[in-house]
Design a protein around this ligand. Sequence first.
Ligand code: 13P
Length: 259
Amino acid sequence: MSPIKKKLIIGNWKMNLTVHEASIFVHTLSQSIAVHRDVEVVLAPTLLALQPISLQIDRRQFKLAAQNFYWRDQGAFTGEVSAAQLRGLVEYALVGHSERRHVFHEHDKDIRSKVQAAVRNGIRPVLCIGETAHERSSGETADVLHDQLLGGLANVTSEELGQVVIAYEPVWAIGTGNNATPDDVKKAVRAIRRQIEHLYGQKAANEIRVLYGGSVTPESAATYLATDGIDGLLVGGASLSGPSFTAIVGLAHHEGEAA
Ligand code: 13P
């Protein structure tokens, strides 16, 4: 049994909203989302909006996440932004999101370097893992999760693992409206925690935070939040709607109260 933890709700806005629109949207969310001690709400806007939004938010209400960064700390890497440059600005950073893996061809080697760069710079990496539709239909889900965890966490010490969050995002469920069943999620989370136990021991397996992501809506959120072993949600499309995202955070609060 996992201990009761604060629910973590992350809104990944992907490549949506201009800086100005993002700022207006944060203002709207700040009016509708209440601060709850049992829920941590994290916003992942465009990289460009991180700085202005960091000055706009009350960090008790919202924390910030980067959607991406480069793993070297500085140097001749035109167009890139490093974890060292994000230090102090964001508390979290997504790493290995399926769009990074599949659209931008990031491999486990890049992903592990990013996990390490985040940890080195005091940023909590949210390591995203998940199988494709093809891997799922071939019965390879557990193997894929195993390989992606092993690849992403190579060289992460037990002590550093405390900073890491895992997000289970089946690729076939992202942006498709085809969300995973609670049974799919339960099985995946069990496989993830087993693997963490194998690598880092029982205590680490219980303590690590595991999120679900993939077509989460206010209608489906409560079921995932109540799934054993799930500590929160990584929300894409529904995080761009004020009422939907507010409702999801509210459900996380009620789930925390019910636990
Ligand atoms: P959707 O919620 O739009 O499926 O996106 C999920 C996701 O990729 C969050 O990182």
